[in-house]
Design a protein around this ligand. Structure first.
Ligand code: RB5
Length: 147
């Protein structure tokens, strides 16, 4: 699938709210089709609610892949990975952003708003969205995850 045809999902808790809005606007300006599943304010809220919304949107094929942002990215990844078929990865460097798409075919990227700055977050998102799964020997390993 070509990256510019992707339907994206994005969500955050209060800790990731500001970075989520920045990434949302960044991707809209680039022409991506992206659905914002909340949160809608900086008021304290529970990250599992938003992780599940985005995970479900991918499993029910409303969206192709998603971005989740909380304070560390860790809670979002733990929660999203509870949904069968989700491969959520918490990334804070550009090399991992590339490799986790090429080898793991990750379908959710999680970011820690208290870990990465805005510029690095944009680079990670760009690289993750544009990298492509390499299939081959990696497909067998992805299949093993679901067994
Ligand atoms: C909220 O304070 C914080 O716990 C949350 O954003 C996230 O970092 C959890 O993993």
């Amino acid at each position: 699938m070509r990256y510019y045809n992707l339907k994206l999902a994005i969500a955050s808790d209060h800790g990731g709210f500001e970075l989520k809005n920045k990434i949302y606007n960044y991707l809209i300006e680039k022409g991506y089709d992206i659905k914002d599943f909340g949160a809608n304010s900086k008021e304290s809220c529970d990250y599992p609610i938003f992780a599940k919304k985005v995970a479900n949107s991918i499993i029910n094929k409303e969206c192709d892949c998603g971005i989740l942002i909380c304070g560390t990215g860790q809670g979002m990844a733990i929660c999203a990975n509870k949904t069968k078929g989700i491969r959520a990865v918490c990334v804070s460097d550009t090399y991992s952003a590339k490799m986790t798409k090429e080898h793991n075919n990750s379908n959710i990227l999680t970011l820690g708003a208290r870990v990465v700055g805005e510029g690095l977050a944009f680079d990670i998102v760009d690289i993750w969205l544009k990298s492509e799964f390499q299939k081959g020997r990696h497909q067998k390993r992805i299949d093993m995850l679901e067994q």
